[in-house]
Design a binder for this molecule. Structure first.
Ligand SMILES: [Zn+2]
Length: 88
């Protein structure tokens, strides 16, 4: 098993070999949020290990916050805020 701490988002990600699994997902990556993905080769898994935001929603949100500086607002419910209070 390989465990690394992603420098950009500060999340620990691990690589496991699962010999009993389907060859298509023998190499599995997981992050500290409990999400995991299977990969066919170790090389492929290593490439995914470096970019947890590609396969974990929570890591993706962290990555967006790091790269964009602010989280995006949730879609669908923004009209109510348009006509309302005045901030002093
Ligand atoms: Zn994650």
């Amino acid at each position: 098993m390989i465990t690394r701490r992603n420098r950009l988002i500060g999340v620990e990600v691990s690589l496991y070999e699962m010999p009993e699994e389907d060859p298509e997902c023998r190499w599995q990556t997981d992050c500290s949020h409990g999400n995991c993905v299977g990969h066919r080769t170790k090389k492929l898994a290593m490439s995914f290990l470096a970019v947890p935001w590609e396969w974990c929603e929570e890591c993706s949100a962290l990555h967006e916050a790091k790269t964009k500086g602010a989280a995006e607002s949730s879609p669908g419910a923004s009209a109510a805020a348009a006509s309302g209070g005045v901030q002093g």
